[in-house]
Design a protein around this ligand. Structure first.
Ligand code: AP5
Ligand code: MG
Length: 218
């Protein structure tokens, strides 16, 4: 049976970091809605131009555009074994659309890890984040530094800082998370799939907690 996982947590909680590690270990496909939007921005698509106006302010991209983009991604062959969704859903409307899409495919959400990190930690994490331009590997100047500053350990490409990681935009992203995404905690608790994970410990320890909760992938 395919396995579908939704990573839930505030900006900077470690969704992308953990989703990447879990995807490598489980063979599931990692789908980050933020990365999909950033690819569209880089390629200067119509969707990218529209999305940029919201992302730059730390606001959510409208549901219809976001749902369509993720639905298309889920329909590709590399999702046959399942997927780890990171950054989607982020509103109740998106969660309902995801349930409907998966149910049409004969699938369901198996697990929703909620990566909990105190709000006071989030800003420090995001202001020190550097990401690989090529492979998307995530680093932190203090907590998870690359071997050579500004260069990806994995493929030697240049690292960059996300333009939406400025203090003002991060503050708004955290506010938007509390208002629009936090209600999903109740949504998935009611469906019996939520698992609380302590995100305020070493990256490897967080991964281990997640692996302990992961359903078997085959
Ligand atoms: P998105 O790219 O999803 O950003 P986000 O949710 O704000 O989350 P982040 O990527 O900032 O944090 P993360 O939890 O992935 O943390 P990370 O692992 O990098 O979305 C960006 C924008 O796109 C949104 O604002 C919105 O505009 C739009 N968008 C995306 N999806 C959308 C949707 N569904 N609907 C509408 N709009 C949407 O870690 C952060 C840092 O901490 C790194 O430096 C890392 O090295 C470090 N770190 C990680 N874990 C640890 C640890 N355990 N200890 C110490 N440091 C750690
Ligand atoms: Mg992320």
């Amino acid at each position: 049976m395919p396995v579908f996982i939704v990573m839930l947590g505030a900006p900077g909680a470690g969704k992308g970091t953990q989703a990447k590690l879990l995807a490598e270990k489980s063979g599931l496909t990692h789908i980050s809605s933020g990365d999909l939007f950033r690819d569209n921005i880089k390629n200067e698509t119509e969707l990218g131009k529209l999305a940029k106006s919201y992302i730059d302010k730390g606001e959510l991209v409208p549901d219809d555009l976001t749902i369509q983009m993720v639905k298309e991604r889920l329909s590709r062959p590399d999702c046959a074994k399942g997927a780890i969704l990171d950054g989607f859903p982020r509103t109740t409307a998106q969660a309902e659309a995801l349930d409907a899409t998966l149910s049409q495919m004969g699938h369901k959400i198996d697990l929703v890890p909620l990566i909990g990190v105190p709000e006071s930690v989030l800003m420090a994490r995001l202001s020190g984040r550097w990401t690989c331009k090529q492979c998307g590997a995530i680093y932190h100047t203090l907590f998870s530094p690359p071997k050579q500053a500004g260069i990806c350990d994995l493929d030697g490409s240049e690292l960059y800082q996300r333009p939406d990681d400025t203090p003002e935009t991060v503050s708004n992203r955290i506010k938007v998370y509390s208002e629009q995404t936090a209600p999903l905690i109740e949504y998935y608790t009611q469906r019996g799939v939520l698992a609380e994970i302590n995100g305020n410990q070493e990256i490897e320890q967080v991964t281990q907690e997640l692996i302990d909760k992961l359903p078997e992938v085959n």
